[in-house]
Design a protein around this ligand. Structure first.
Ligand code: HEC
Length: 102
């Protein structure tokens, strides 16, 4: 049972892997990609700069997987042709700026 006192330490050390679902994404690159390809529609739907779609009360995205799925769907719909890495950057940006999923 010598390992027991170590458990909290081990758990803490393991936490960062789960703490940010888009840990490999680059927030700055994501913002550039997003601002280029993703604002026009959302802005015409919500007014302003379009970011209200991410913070509206009835928003559709409520967990990291839904955010990934939605980014992929919009990416495909609008023909932005982002690679998975780029989707991840956009996820990092949107999560950092709006969704704050852990
Ligand atoms: C052709 C128009 C259009 C473009 C361009 C567009 N989207 Fe969307 N997006 C939509 C629509 C429509 C919805 C709302 C769907 C709904 O309410 O069910 C949406 C919703 C979303 C949401 C979910 C918002 C919520 O409710 O939480 C995310 C995230 C998103 N888009 C990401 C993106 C990304 C990333 C891009 C750029 C690749 C992008 N969108 C470009 C039309 C667009």
């Amino acid at each position: 049972m010598r390992i027991l006192p170590l458990l909290p330490v081990l758990l803490l050390a393991a936490t960062p892997a789960f703490a940010n679902p888009f840990a490999k994404g680059d927030v700055k690159i994501g913002k550039v990609l997003h601002d280029k390809s993703c604002v026009s529609c959302h802005a015409s739907m919500t007014g302003g700069n379009g970011s209200a779609i991410y913070s509206r009360l009835e928003r559709k995205v409520n967990n990291p997987q839904q955010l990934k799925d939605r980014i992929r769907a919009c990416n495909t719909n609008v023909g932005a042709n982002w690679l998975p890495d780029e989707e991840n950057h956009a996820g990092a940006y949107l999560n950092n700026a709006f969704y704050h999923f852990k």
